[in-house]
Design a protein around this ligand. Sequence first.
Ligand SMILES: [Zn+2]
Length: 549
Amino acid sequence: MYLTGSFFLLASPVPLLAWMMFASGGVTDAVDSTLRWMGLWLLYWLPLGIFWSSWKRGKWSRFFLGFVISLPLYFIALDAVYPAFGGNFQPMLDGRWKIYLSATPQFYIPAFLRFLFSSRRTGVWIMRISMCLFAAGVVFPIGVAVASAYTWPKTSDRRLAIEGAHIVDASAKRILDGQTVYIQDGRIIEIGNSSLHPDWPRLNAGGYLVPGLIDVHTHLQSPVEVRPGFKFGYMLRSLISGYAPQRRAYLENGVTTIRDLGGPAVNVFRMRREIQAKKMLGPRLLAAGRLVTSPHGHPVSTIWTPSVSRSSAILASDQTAMLEGLDRNFSDGPPDVVKFVHGTIGRAHEELSADLMGAGIRWAKAHGLTSVVHAETPLEFEDAIRAGADGVEHAAYLGSVPPELAALVSEKRPFIDPTFGEYESDLILQRTPEEEREASLERSYQSVRILRQSGARIVMGTDAPMVDYGSGLHDEMAHFLRAGFEPWQILAIATKENAAYIGKSAELGQVAAGLRADLVLVEKNPLEDLETLRKPVWTMLDGQIIAHQ
Ligand SMILES: [Zn+2]
């Protein structure tokens, strides 16, 4: 009875787990995690059950001896099972084993109690409850996925004329009044006086019209946000709805284009296709797919689990391995950008060599793709720029800008993305005292000012989930303000400059004839008050209003 009962109770969460893993990493991850879960049963519950089965009433020595036996079983089982939950089991790190050890009675006692119950009539009830859980696990994900589906509204008009809006041209520091924006099939075809196309439907927009915002650095496929921390419900909704909460957060914050710089590749390319085909509602998605890093580099040896790394990284042990990986990523995608990780976050054991990175960047250029490098130190920035990268990410980490770097920036004029918010989150995670944190941020602001003066094209990405999806871009704008940028410059960066960085200047980043009708209407003049961008009256994507206040 114990074995059957424990089998059902442990098997009951399997459908749910398999669903979640399938949504994030496909069949491989689903099978992988189910096997690991069953491993927990085999490694922990089963041996203990066999040991207890010769237990006789009142013989408590078996209870205590069982506890001693359970300790190694517990650690073996956790090591096998942890990755299935997206974690890294590292008990020897910072003396974490003490915390794990203190949790063992919570594991052991319920298992033992259930053993006692399952030998009596209650065992039947345990089995019935387990079966209900199992059934709920099959039905529940479908229900949630249906309830949280985030899809395009039914299309209405192919044509639309937006009247009465103040049209914001941030890079010219100018507001255009008295003009009507004519939109046809998702594109702005003309901006002119109100008498044109009198038969087109009119939309009266009393407010300020800005281009849809662009986030050049995100990782869309994370079911956990770092700042609010782990929330089970959010994780569940994210995984089984194809990241609907994240997609929604972007559009509701006026962000109509995002560039994903690394995550499960096949899945992100599928989402890109579905958004493009309007089967799925979300911001325009550009994707790197698999990022290039060294076999013991960041993020594969620091924050990613083995299963995420398998689907999301090209481990460049040598040039052949790297080029093979790049070709595979190209045939799965193709990607819009190639991302190289040349930095360790101070924790990875090795870093992608400058030579390999150079060869990879040449491959990207030959395939007509933008190349982007994750770097942290001045030397890493120099390597990246010298190797010909179009853009370098994470300038907030630069404690200073040495003259050599400034000279190189003047010569090559690369795009540089500070990711201030991500840096701040990192400092908070490391429990840096507030005063020290502020001083570090001030140094970041100073470095970015110097880079800008040296001729860098400063752009803006968030690196969500290190900051919140969607609203993280507004928080980043606030950092830019503190760094000394003016609102008009900041808005131009988040639209026109970002569009140039992702290679979409001809399509995105301005309210202008010929460009896509990705627009945001806000109440106040954003050139005076950027905060107004946090609450769009509406967001329009491809000529269609998809988010309302
Ligand atoms: Zn990133």
